[in-house]
Ligand binder design. Sequence first.
Ligand SMILES: *[C@@H]1O[C@H](CO)[C@@H](O)[C@H](O)[C@H]1NC(C)=O
Ligand SMILES: *[C@@H]1O[C@H](CO)[C@@H](O)[C@H](O)[C@H]1NC(C)=O
Ligand SMILES: *[C@@H]1O[C@H](CO)[C@@H](O)[C@H](O)[C@H]1NC(C)=O
Ligand SMILES: *[C@@H]1O[C@H](CO)[C@@H](O)[C@H](O)[C@H]1NC(C)=O
Length: 397
Amino acid sequence: MVFVSSWLSLGLRTTLVEAVNFKCNLLMCILTGLNPQHDRSFMISYMPDNIKGIFFDNLIASDVKPSFLNQVALLARDVTIVNSPTVRKITISRHLNLTTIAISKTSLATVSVDGPNEGLTQLTIMQSLLTKIPVDLRHLHGVRLVDIRNSPIETLDLATFCTTADLHTLRLVRTKLRSVVNSAKATCSLTLEELDLKGNDLSVINLELLSSCYRLISLDVSHNPIELVTGSFMNRAITKLHMTENQIEQLNCCQWTLSALDELKISDNMLTQVPRCIRQLKNLKVLNLSGNYLTHFDIRSLAGLNRLLNLDLSNNRLTSAKLNEPEGFLANLKSIEITNNLLTTLNLSHMAWLPSLQVFAGNNSICILDLSHTALDTSRVQLEPITCEENHADDIN
Ligand SMILES: *[C@@H]1O[C@H](CO)[C@@H](O)[C@H](O)[C@H]1NC(C)=O
Ligand SMILES: *[C@@H]1O[C@H](CO)[C@@H](O)[C@H](O)[C@H]1NC(C)=O
Ligand SMILES: *[C@@H]1O[C@H](CO)[C@@H](O)[C@H](O)[C@H]1NC(C)=O
Ligand SMILES: *[C@@H]1O[C@H](CO)[C@@H](O)[C@H](O)[C@H]1NC(C)=O
């Protein structure tokens, strides 16, 4: 496809006071200041054929009506409404045949859908005044992505999405979400593959609610004030679980059966111990415990996680780290990050088996480094910056 960046521009003064500005290239048109009530014929007569998208900047309407959207759908597949403070409501008709609707920087507070709609595949709403997830979204039977950001939504009821059988991705990012519930009957199975709840106000997350999301691959609840993670969680699909930047003091994985989980990120929390039963997560490849309050670490707590590649323990308060216990030998480990701790000794003398392992151990107070019997050499143990505070550092090698 050739992207033509030269724009055809038109500025017309219509019968009303507002001036409509109109710019098009081969792919899209931007209309600024259109009032659907008065300027609709204008839009039809000047719109080129076969454009993909129409971009309404400062659309002057409080209610975006089905008749208007249906007419737009005859001209293009994708509609964007931006910087339109008068827009408060949008109504999507069951017959609307648009692929995507994106609404950003409006006063949108109501979204209705007047019946089962098969056409719409993406709905994006940013910087709106929505306080609830519109229940009518259940009628969007063809929707694959729902992405709502920076809007004051407080509750997510997963039951809304029991009938959206194509929904893969649900993102509620930087909304004001305080609770996630699921009022659905047992027969509802959710088709979600990605659930992104970053940057909300969640303080508790009950993973059991997600049991009906049998296809879920990725869950992100980073940047919340989560203190408590509860519920049993059984899922064969999930590979990524991100809980970075929360306030979790204790995490217990004993009720988790997540046979495919390969990435667990719990960095920047308040953990004082390695999560209990973490050894059940047999497929784990990346474990990030950076930025917690761990004081002691023993590699045996990870025994059996034979697929683990990257272990990040940096930015904790470790005064001891037992890494060379033969019972905790992890055959595939590629890197251990242990920078920014309070270690004085690093004993890697039993890690002879791991020729490709890299250990990053800078910013500790390591005065005693034991690399005897190992295939590791100082090139793979990074100690910079060295901060040994003893005068006579013993370097046993
Ligand atoms: C929707 O629009 C597409 C592309 O213009 C067309 O192929 C399809 O038949 C339309 N569907 C309906 C139900 O009108
Ligand atoms: C662990 O998380 C921290 C903070 O989020 C990040 O900077 C670091 O790169 C991560 N480590 C790995 C090995 O991905
Ligand atoms: C490192 O650990 C091995 C095995 O546990 C031990 O024999 C050795 O003395 C230790 N090295 C130091 C410097 O403590
Ligand atoms: C070491 O710690 C200092 C002070 O906390 C910090 O500024 C620096 O970036 C750290 N260096 C590394 C390699 O993490």
